[in-house]
Design a protein around this ligand. Structure first.
Ligand SMILES: Cc1cc2nc3c(=O)[nH]c(=O)nc-3n(C[C@H](O)[C@H](O)[C@H](O)COP(=O)(O)OP(=O)(O)OC[C@H]3O[C@@H](n4cnc5c(N)ncnc54)[C@H](O)[C@@H]3O)c2cc1C
Ligand code: FES
Ligand code: FES
Length: 1273
């Protein structure tokens, strides 16, 4: 057979020799089938946007990452995509409807992936609890919502969901077999049929052999003999056994080898049996393995330990990867990349497993898991794994410390197996650590030392730690956490393991809690959204479902890259500089151009007009752009990742591959200055950007505190990256691109191509998240695609891969503040002098300092605050707007200053804040009182203090942050409203870009309110520069309000025109009124313009209280509860606004804790350029209890219908998390002997590493009992 056959949504598909080895199922779905409901971002199994459901031969339907699956691996698969789950024709699925109804979508780009993951989960297991559901989504990222509404929607389908909210009954399409009681894919099933054996299990499969288009050979085999047969025929010099094909998510494959042999259906590699050992087929997927382990742990006494193994395995990747990824595949990654911190290897080696390796002569060899690392695996297959029975005299414990709760490889993983006699004396010990160095496996010396020792004594503990220290040689491995931390972690996990296994009577209670893994006891999360509404003005102020929520959940809402393939389309990929700073000597594109499928390479010399993607001083508004940034580097490389040119090819993968073939030589290369703290020392890198003088100073100087604080960059991490599709048209160009600023795109294309603006149409339907990234940075991609389209007269699509984005494009700006603050006895500020240094990257383009100038002192005594802000140049990509740009950084700096005053003076941090409030911000006092009451503060404060006294290795923190935020600029937007005479429906076109903030929903609510017609009658149209020219940036949490002003104006214009008609007609129906108006020749289209004259000035206040619990031994922690009160004015759409608050707070949570940017200090290269190593928060990182309150009876301005900005202020309150963490750390430091008022400095995010390294934990303090009884008998 030379074709691979499968079905998609029930329809047969087939691929063969026309296919290339790198054609993924994702690309097949989107490009070949034009099923663009399935989205994507990372293409390495790290984001979940691409999840589809697949039933593989003989297996239950489950989620898979379509980006990891080669289409050639899909033989006999039944694939279901979002289009097949529910749609506008056949009706929407209950999961889609529930997610939409509960506001589980914002930008909606991630939504199809979530729906598919949940759909697959329910297909594979109907009887699933709320907790299991919450644990099941390590696979999916949502950058907008903060996860709470998604989890809430999905938990409705849990078997233990509270009635009557339990939606399980709605799942009519889940077929439960009458015979087996399990889910089943068959539509009909007679009683006599075997349900668990599918027809294709029984049929004899034919080997598949395909000579692929790109010169590779693909074989799908069903028997082990055939593997060796293929290798014999085709050679074993360059081959890969394709099992789940997921390893490339961990270690990317740039080019597949010459020979591909798909072994995922080889029977001999599947299943298990028990002889003396458990014999597990090496081809078992990780999820099958978990199921087998669960079953045997419950039934086989000597395999009790499998329960612990399966719990640990559930922390390996996530469900879709575990559905495909095999045990053998995992071990082979470790074989090839010894540094890989494989959890499978760790567990199997610890329990003393063996594996059987089969060679081409059919010789079987049994080796230990560790010995396997040394075996030459060429032409060999891992057949099975042998797991030994272990009696109850063995004890097992394992740990995996990760940068976030789920879906991340280990910082350090560790497993321990002890065989003890009845007096806890060690007969045998096996201690294995991962992520130490590529060759480290066992702590052999410690194992030997422990033999014959009583395990749970202080002496054994201390002595064995001394031995362990001698053999742990931890190596640096950037961007992984430091060797120093990993070294400590390994020792601490050794202690933690003993605490976990220690009998209760052998350990003091204050130490015992050190053995607990916080995430294991995390309950089902809960939440509350507390606001009042006014039904009299509904649909204004009404909590409604977002207007596009359902189509987003169904994959029917198109984004820029969903534009169907255009005839003759080409693809572009950027070529990036690989040196930190220097001059281009020569660009040699000849090798790339010779590569089959490559069409062209364009650099700065090929641009007919201006080489730029930002304009320099913006012609209309002086606060948007200051300096022109080059489209392609014209000679002087400013940072590693600087865009040098674009390679154009027939396919995306060829373009990306060929971009790496462009050879650039450089001269005058110098070491980069990457850190703002370093850069500010050079006068020519520093420029004063603004200042404020205090007007008075107090005279009661009690204490003077000097300090500094650095915070670093944050990647926007939009689920939709930067994309542009430019198409030649009869006039000029049509450009579909991911921009928040269409006018900029149109203007810069016009300048670059010397093409009049009126010949360029820019179209945006919606964005898949933006957070400021797409204000200016998208213009570079758009202008480049327009250049290619113009040059070749062919449509050009450029999709920036996440890795390119991370290297080439700027981020949230790092900041450094220095301050001197004089306070009186009560912590009241007498004078504060603060210098803020903002790292703009290699050029000062966007004036990121501007928003700061209104809020530099947050809500504290402005009169006594002297403030200077500087822009500082570093050798990095030009930083850009990022959710609450500048304001987050400035407000956080102030909150740290106030916290420090309280800390050093042993004062209550809340009291210190309140005594320093501005008179204009005293509404915060009332807000604080509300949170105190609603959050039961006094009781919880006492409980935290008590907890911290009673526990040495677990600590809690409970802290406040206060907020004053102000919008800082105005916008230009055209709004056009059209009423259709026949049915009275209304369409609106406006210049604001919908990117998840709910702008369109609010516009519809406002129109519905003023026109007095149902929301369903109103439709928002796509953005088009033809209809909405000159629109200013959508951003700054202003767009909804400004578009709302325009919509209101249009309504008023129309109503004024209709008013004379109404006279005499008694309350006419809208439809009739419109018809009559048409007959009376009344213009049914209205236009409004919103401009800088509509700029509003108001302030947004907020109060947040957060409680955390920290594992002092590891730096892991849980966010126990957050109470956040914000003054949202009179929210136009409260449920949308709650979503903005939660999403912003969680983005801030990531910024402060898990999102750690790492650069190579020599080359300036961004090392955290993949979801594999850049960790945004996930569903199990959010607060266990998240309560959001809107201030009651608040109203902003008439012009804004009483509403206030919503999307940005809450991220500024996320600083409460590091503040709470500080309290927990401080408590541990006190126990370690540090003075409680000795300030400790943590720059950048409070990662596991930063937290632990500041706790002053010393292993000499490790013990079981504080005082050892000298007379134990
Ligand atoms: C997002 C993500 C997160 C991850 N997180 C973790 C984690 O936290 N911890 C962890 O341990 N792992 C993690 N992994 C790795 C994951 O477990 C592996 O990708 C998976 O187990 C590989 O199995 P596979 O069947 O897909 O291998 P494939 O990709 O199909 O193959 C990998 C290699 O194994 C060889 N091979 C496969 N089967 C055999 C066989 N029977 N005999 C000989 N050679 C064989 C192949 O030739 C190939 O070289 C993660 C992976 C991803 C994508
Ligand atoms: S695109 Fe497949 S997981 Fe991200
Ligand atoms: S709604 Fe999830 S990423 Fe935007």
């Amino acid at each position: 057979m030379d074709r691979v056959n499968f079905t998609i949504n029930g329809k047969p598909h087939s691929v063969g020799r026309e296919t290339c080895s790198d054609l993924s199922l994702l690309e097949y779905l989107r490009v070949r089938c034009e099923l663009r409901g399935t989205k994507y971002m990372c293409r390495e199994g790290g984001c979940g946007a691409c999840v589809v459901a697949a039933a593989r031969p003989g297996e239950k339907q489950g989620a898979v990452n379509s980006c990891l699956v080669s289409v050639t691996s899909c033989q006999d698969w039944e694939i279901t995509t979002i289009e097949g789950v529910g749609n506008r024709l056949k009706g929407y699925h209950p999961i889609q409807k529930t997610l939409a109804k509960l506001n589980g979508t914002q930008c909606g780009y991630c939504s199809p992936g979530w729906v598919m993951a949940m759909y697959s989960l329910l297909k594979s297991n109907k009887d699933i609890s709320m907790l299991e559901i919450e644990k099941s989504f390590g696979s999916n990222i949502c950058r907008c919502t903060g996860y709470r509404p998604i989890l809430e929607a999905f938990k409705k389908f849990a078997s233990d969901a509270p009635k009557p909210d339990n939606y399980m009954l709605d799942i009519e399409d889940l077929n439960i077999c009458k015979i087996s009681g399990k889910t089943c894919r068959k539509s009909n099933c007679s009683e006599s049929e075997w349900c668990l054996v599918e027809a294709h299990d029984a049929k004899e499969h034919q080997k598949i052999e395909i000579d692929l288009k790109d010169g590779r050979s693909f074989s799908k085999v069903y028997h082990i003999d055939d593997i060796f047969e293929v290798l014999k025929q085709k050679g074993d010099d360059d081959y890969m056994l394709v099992a789940g094909n997921t390893a490339k998510g961990a270690f990317p494959i740039l080019e597949y080898p010459r020979v591909l042999i798909d072994i995922c259906c080889v029977d001999e590699l599947k299943g298990y049996h028990l002889d003396q050992n458990l014999v597990l087929g090496a081809g078992c997927t990780l999820n099958d393995t978990i199921e087998i382990f669960k079953k045997l742990a419950a039934t086989e006494d000597n395999f009790w330990y499998l329960q612990k193994l399966q719990e640990h395995l559930q922390l390996v990747a996530h469900i879709p990867v575990r559905n495909l990824g095999s045990v053998a595949g995992n071990l082979m990654i470790k074989h090839k990349h010894n540094e890989f911190q494989s959890d499978v290897f760790l567990l199997l080696e610890t329990i003393g497993a063996y594996m059987t390796i089969l060679d081409s002569n059919k010789q079987e060899k049994k080796v230990t898991i560790r010995e396997f690392l040394k075996v030459d695996m060429r032409s060999k297959v891992i057949l099975n794994i042998l797991l030994p029975p272990l009696g109850h005299d063995y004890q097992f414990e394992s740990f995996k410390v990760m940068p976030r709760a789920q879906s991340a490889h280990a910082i350090v993983n560790a497993a321990f197996l002890y065989r003890l006699d009845s007096s806890s004396t060690v007969k045998e010990a096996r201690i294995v650590f991962g992520a130490i160095n590529p060759t480290f496996v066992h702590a052999s010396k410690t194992e030997t030392f422990l033999r014959g020792k009583k395990l749970f004594t202080n002496k054994t503990l201390q002595d064995s730690i001394e031995v362990l220290k001698t053999e742990l040689v931890v190596e640096e491995n950037p961007p992984e956490p430091s060797a120093k931390y990993r070294n400590k972690l390994a020792i601490n996990l050794f202690y933690k393991g003993l605490l976990a296994l220690c009998p209760d009577d052998a350990v003091d209670s204050q130490f015992a809690s050190g053995g607990i893994v916080l995430s294991r006891k995390r309950p089902v999360s809960k939440a509350k959204q507390d606001y009042t509404t006014n039904p009299l003005i509904y649909p204004l102020n009404k909590p409604v479902e977002k207007v596009e929520a359902l189509i987003q959940c169904a994959g029917e809402a198109p984004y820029s890259e969903d534009l169907p393939s255009c005839p003759h389309e080409v693809f572009g990929a950027f070529v990036l500089a690989t040196v930190p700073k220097g001059d281009i000597d020569k660009i040699d594109s000849s090798k790339a151009l010779k590569h089959p499928g490559v069409i062209a390479f364009y650099s700065a010399d090929d641009i007919p007009g201006v080489n730029g993607f930002t304009p320099g001083l913006f012609p209309k508004i002086d606060y948007l752009y200051l300096t022109k940034e080059e489209l392609f580097c014209s000679g002087s490389v400013k940072y590693n990742g600087h865009v040098i040119g674009v390679v154009v090819a027939e396919t995306r993968s060829i373009a990306e591959y060929a971009a790496k073939l462009v050879h650039v030589t450089y001269k005058n290369v110098t070491k980069p200055v990457l850190d703002v703290r370093e850069a500010m020392k050079f006068p020519d890198r520093k420029k004063k950007a603004g200042e404020h003088d205090g007007t008075s100073a107090g005279g009661n100087l009690f204490k003077l505190i000097k300090g500094q604080q650095a915070i670093f960059a944050q990647q926007h991490f939009c689920m939709e990256t930067l994309v542009s599709v430019a198409k030649p048209t009869e006039e000029g160009l049509e450009v579909h691109c991911t921009t928040q600023h269409m006018d900029l795109v149109q203007m810069m294309i016009s300048r670059a191509l010397k093409m009049p603006e009126n010949k360029i149409d820019v179209i945006v339907r919606r964005l898949g998240g933006a957070y400021g990234l797409k204000i200016s940075r998208s213009s570079q991609v758009a202008v480049a695609s327009a250049l290619v389209a113009h040059k070749l007269n062919r449509p050009c699509r450029i999709i920036l891969p996440f890795t390119t984005l991370a290297k080439a494009v700027g981020k949230r700006l790092p900041c450094y503040s220095e301050y001197e603050i004089a306070v009186d006895l009560f912590g009241k500020i007498q004078l504060c002098k603060e210098f803020l240094y903002m790292d703009t990257g290699h050029v000062i383009d966007e004036p990121l300092f501007l928003p700061v100038l209104d809020v530099y002192n947050n809500c504290y005594d402005k009169l006594r605050w002297i403030f200077l802000v500087f822009s500082v140049i570093t050798d990095t990509a030009c930083n850009t707007w990022c959710r609450s740009p500048g304001t987050l950084e400035a407000i956080a700096a102030v909150e740290f200053i106030l916290e420090r005053v309280a800390y050093e003076m042993s004062l209550d941090p809340l009291t210190v804040r309140l005594v320093n409030l501005n008179l204009t911000d005293i509404e915060l006092i009332e807000m604080v009182e509300k949170v105190k009451h609603d959050a039961d503060y006094a009781k919880r404060r006492a409980a935290v203090d008590k907890f911290n006294k009673e526990n040495r290795w677990k600590k809690k923190g409970l802290r406040w942050s206060l907020l004053k935020w102000a919008p800082f600029y105005g916008q230009y937007f055209d709004v056009t409203m059209s009423v259709y005479n026949d049915d009275g429906t209304v369409s609106i076109t406006h210049g604001g870009i919908e990117m998840g903030q709910g702008l369109n929903t609010k516009a519809v609510q406002i129109a519905s309110h003023f026109l007095g017609i149902p929301m369903e009658k109103i439709q928002i149209k796509a953005n088009h520069t033809h209809m909405t020219p000159n629109s200013l940036v959508s951003g700054g949490s202003l767009t909804s309000i400004n578009v709302g002003i325009g919509v209101q104006r249009c309504c008023e214009i129309l109503l004024a025109r209709l008013a004379p008609l109404k006279v005499g007609l008694l309350n006419p129906a809208w439809e009739l009124l419109v018809k009559l108006a048409y007959k009376a020749s009344i213009d049914l289209q209205a236009h409004a313009f919103v401009s800088l004259f509509d700029t509003q000035k108001y302030e947004v206040h907020g109060v947040t209280l957060a409680e955390v619990e920290v594992d002092i031994l590891t730096g892991e922690w849980e966010l126990l509860r957050v109470d956040l009160l914000e003054d949202a004015g009179m929210s136009i759409s409260p449920s949308v606004d709650v979503g903005q608050v939660e999403g912003a707070f969680i983005m801030g949570l990531g910024y402060w804790t898990t999102e750690h940017m790492v650069y190579d200090s020599d080359t300036g290269e961004v090392l955290t350029d993949r979801p594999w190593n850049y960790h945004v928060p996930q569903a199990r990182d959010i607060p266990q209890d998240f309560r959001v309150y809107f201030k009651d009876k608040s109203y902003s301005e008439v012009r804004t219908l009483g509403a206030k900005s919503i999307g940005e202020p809450p991220i500024c309150m996320s600083v409460v998390v590091p503040l709470a963490l500080r309290e927990a750390i401080a408590s541990a430091r006190r126990d370690a002997g540090k003075a409680l008022n000795e300030w400790f400095q943590i720059d950048g995010p409070y990662t596991r590493e930063a937290i632990h390294m500041h706790t002053e934990t010393d292993c000499s303090d490790f013990k079981f009992k504080k005082k050892v009884n000298p007379f134990p008998f």
